[in-house]
Design a protein around this ligand. Sequence first.
Ligand SMILES: [Zn+2]
Length: 216
Amino acid sequence: MRIYLFFGPPGSGKGTQANLLKQKFPNISYISTGDYIRYHIKNQTEIGKIAQQYISKGQLVPSSVINQLVLEEINKIKTDKLSDKVIIDGYPRTIQQLEFLIQNISKPYITLFFDITLDKIFERICLRRICPNCNSIYHLIYNKPREDEICDKCGSKLIQRDDDKEEIVKTRYQVYKVQTLPVLKLIEEYGIKLVLIDSSQEINQVFEQVIPYFMS
Ligand SMILES: [Zn+2]
């Protein structure tokens, strides 16, 4: 099993790229810790309740919780023999998580680092709107709904996710710089291949940079 780590600040477009890859290569499995956590919060599970306290302040969910989630998902993929390529998005975010990954799951095959400036992140995230009903994602400049703030697909009123708000984005970026960026150095020390992706480009241009690593 090849593990691909998608690394980069919140708003760097990692999730979008992962979704494009899934469409092109249906056998790729995709683990997004952000999606799991949102699912748990929505369903108010025990994990969800703990996570919410941290996320609402722009902080990271404790590593012990995230490690367990990722381990369970990897085991599921292994058991189902779903695929030999797995993208992990939003993990590891701390040195502790990277060490857990290597010791308990597997050494990653490659890390793609989606590099982007904070200004560009603001433009991307703070103008993003989602449909609370069907989860469609819009952008007020690049992917406008036909009617102002209304979902094209189901007609629901669009909302801004709490963690897309400017103050939270700023806090999350700071947390990323302090806690997550140091993980990159350790990734190199562990001898894991690291590739820099210029993520400030248009989605398709970024995709062209990413795709060669999934061709073999
Ligand atoms: Zn909708």
